[in-house]
Design a protein around this ligand. Structure first.
Ligand code: PEP
Length: 259
C-alpha cells in the first residue's frame, strides 16, 4: 500500500476571492464523499502569496504551500517573502520550479540555500527538477537529473534529504499538454529514488511526485506507477472539478491496493 500527495500549483492565477471559493468548494466535495482518507492522501495547493493567509484554516483536509520564498530571514530584498513571514501560514514550499529557473534565472546555488532555509524553519520543501526537450533528445535526461540533485541537495545530511519531496517535472511536459508517458515517468522516478537512496540510506522514505500536463484522463495511469507517490498539477488544478477527479483517482487506487 502506498500513500499519495496530490498537489496543485496555481502559478500566477486566482484572486483572494477566487482562492477562498476554490478551497471552500473543494473541501465540500472531499467531505461529501464521506470519510476522506487524509491520513493516506495529502491534498496540497500552492496559491499565490496574497491568498495564503486568507485561505489558512479554511479546510482541515487541504494543506497549503508557498510557490517560492527567499532564503534570508529579513533584509533589504525588495519584493521578496521570507521564511519568517510564512511561518505558521504554510506547511510546504515549492523550490526550483522550472518557471523560476527559466524566467527568473534561479540558480542551483540559490535553490540549495532555499532548501536549507526551508528545513531550518520547519517547512517541507518540494524540489522541482527535470530536463529540457533538447536534453531528453540528446539522451541526457539522467545526467541532468543527477546534476540537479547533486547541486540542489549539496551539503544535506541523510536525515535532511529524507524530509524533501521531489517533483520530477520534465520541462517539455509543463503546460504543453504533452505529458511524459507513465513508463517514461516511472523510469525517471526509479532513477531519482536510486540517487535518494544513496543520500538517505532509505529508498522508501522520499516522496517523488510527477508533474507535467497531468489531467483527469491521464492521472490514473501515472499514479499507478510503482515509484510515483503523487502528482504536481498546474493547469488542471485551477478547476475544482478537474482537480477533484485526480484526487478521486488516487483514492480509487488506494482502495484497490488495500483490498
Ligand atoms: C506545473 O506548473 O508544475 C505543471 C506541472 O503545470 P501543468 O500541469 O500545467 O503542466
Amino acid at each position: 500500500m502506498k500513500d499519495y500527495i496530490i498537489a496543485g500549483n496555481w502559478k500566477m492565477f486566482k484572486t483572494v476571492e477566487e482562492s477562498i471559493s476554490f478551497i471552500t468548494q473543494l473541501d465540500e466535495k472531499l467531505g461529501a464523499a464521506g470519510h476522506f482518507p487524509d491520513d493516506l492522501i495529502e491534498v496540497l495547493v500552492f496559491p499565490p502569496f496574497t491568498s495564503l493567509y486568507p485561505v489558512k484554516g479554511l479546510s482541515p483536509r487541504i494543506k497549503t504551500g508557498a510557490q517560492d520564498f527567499y532564503f534570508e530571514d529579513q533584509g533589504a530584498y525588495t519584493g521578496e517573502i521570507s521564511p519568517l513571514m510564512l511561518k505558521n501560514v504554510v506547511d510546504y514550499v515549492l523550490i526550483g520550479h522550472s518557471e523560476r529557473r527559466q524566467l527568473f534565472h534561479e540558480s542551483d546555488e540559490n535553490i540549495n540555500k532555499k532548501i536549507k532555509a526551508a528545513l531550518v524553519h520547519g517547512f517541507i520543501p518540494v524540489l522541482c527538477i527535470g530536463e529540457t526537450l533538447e536534453e531528453r533528445e540528446a539522451g541526457k535526461t539522467f545526467a541532468r537529473i543527477e546534476e540537479q540533485l547533486a547541486k540542489d541537495l549539496c551539503g544535506l545530511t541523510p536525515g535532511e534529504a529524507a524530509r524533501i519531496v521531489i517533483a520530477y517535472e520534465p520541462i517539455w511536459a509543463i503546460g504543453t499538454g504533452r505529458n511524459a508517458s507513465p513508463e517514461q515517468a516511472q523510469e525517471a522516478h526509479a532513477f531519482i529514488r536510486k540517487i535518494l537512496h544513496e543520500k538517505t540510506g532509505n529508498p522508501e522514505i522520499v516522496r517523488i511526485l510527477y508533474g507535467g500536463s497531468v489531467k483527469p484522463e491521464n492521472s490514473l495511469a501515472i499514479l499507478s506507477q510503482n515509484d510515483i507517490n503523487g502528482v504536481l498539477v498546474g493547469g488542471a488544478s485551477l478547476k475544482v472539478d478537474a482537480f477533484s477527479v485526480i484526487i478521486e483517482n488516487s483514492v480509487q487506487l488506494l482502495n484497490s491496493s488495500i483490498r
